[in-house]
Design a protein. Structure first.
Length: 330
């Protein structure tokens, strides 16, 4: 009897692991950022898993893969291999369907986004046998997918929050999770009074090493604790990443790392990088809306002749520092 009990225990753990509910992958083809976020009503304390972000795989400056519904790590590894070969999200998904490690693609759900020759691409797969409610939404640079959901409203709310967030990719992914902050979004958590039991968000910069994204925040909670993991995740996220662009203030040490000219300007703005590092560049208007973003290695010339006159804030950051400069457009 002992071998049978061990087998049943292993099957119970695998079943619990297998279902991952709502998630999103997205890329920013301008900054080269790639990101993943997700949540599920699975008690990871009971499973003893070391990582809360296992369903998302990031390949810096290339793309992001979310593997869920009867999660199998070999399928995720195979998808990563195909992405590193330069295949598009659609090609990767077609390969996964044909070459599923257990020959059961009808139970799987995938969301994949990548930067292909400088352009964003996204695709998704929801197997016919994935637990209801199930569906996915894809845009040009993102994919949102879920199963065991309260309904389509969960995915629609995630997409709306994601698209309406004016911050960077990390802020947009966090906003997408807040869109699913609904009791019973994963229907198994309805009795717990929460959307899920664990949640994560992570973003890799182009210069990050595979497996070590610059931003990786996660939360796991116990079943029946009544603690909303997305709210807890937001608290941790806010401590290390600022999405409140309205409170941008000039950095006194900006000139140590960058020079800009002319300022005021009415045609072009040139930025010189005095360091040896790669940075992301964001231009916000006074309302806090992101109006332009790019990256800079040495020198960047930005055309601003089509911008309305006024005060703007230029934010330049990477994982080591962040600086802000006020820009006047005449």
């Amino acid at each position: 009897m002992k071998p049978i009990l061990i087998l049943l225990a292993a099957l119970t753990i695998q079943t619990a692991k297998s279902q991952d509910t709502f998630s999103i992958v997205a890329v920013d083809s301008i900054t080269g950022e790639v990101g993943s976020a997700g949540a599920s009503c699975v008690d990871l304390f009971q499973l003893g898993l070391p990582n809360d972000d296992f369903l998302g795989q990031l390949i810096p400056n290339v793309g992001a893969i979310n593997t869920q519904a009867h999660y199998n790590p070999t399928n995720q590894t195979n998808a990563t291999t195909r992405m590193n070969l330069g295949e598009t999200p659609s090609q990767i998904i077609n390969w996964l369907i044909t070459n599923d490690v257990q020959s059961m693609p009808e139970f799987r759900q995938y969301g994949i986004a990548a930067i292909i020759n400088g352009d964003p691409k996204a695709a998704a797969h929801t197997g016919a046998s994935t637990d209801n409610y199930k569906n996915h939404i894809t845009g040009s640079y993102y994919s949102i997918q879920g199963n065991i959901l309260l309904g389509q409203e969960v995915l629609d709310s995630m997409e709306s929050k994601f698209l309406n967030e004016t911050g960077d990719l990390a802020c947009k992914l966090m906003a997408a999770l807040q869109g699913a902050n609904i009791i019973g979004a994963d229907t198994r958590c309805n009795s717990n009074g929460t959307s899920s039991l664990f949640a994560f968000v992570k973003v890799a910069q182009p210069t990050d090493i595979f497996g070590h994204p610059s931003l990786n925040v996660s939360v796991r909670t116990n079943n029946n604790s009544g603690i909303e993991p997305i709210d807890s995740l937001q608290t941790k996220f806010d401590l290390i990443h600022n999405c409140n662009t309205l409170n941008l203030t000039e950095s006194k040490d900006f000139h140590k790392f960058f020079s800009i000219y002319p300022n005021p300007t009415s045609n072009y703005l040139t930025i010189n990088n005095k360091t040896e590092q790669l940075y992301n560049v964001f231009l916000f208007n006074m309302s806090g809306k992101l109006t332009y973003q790019t990256s800079i290695d040495k020198t960047k010339k930005i055309k601003i002749s089509n911008y309305k006159s006024g005060t703007y804030f230029l934010k330049i950051n990477n994982k080591n520092r962040a600086v802000v400069k006020k820009i006047i457009i005449e």
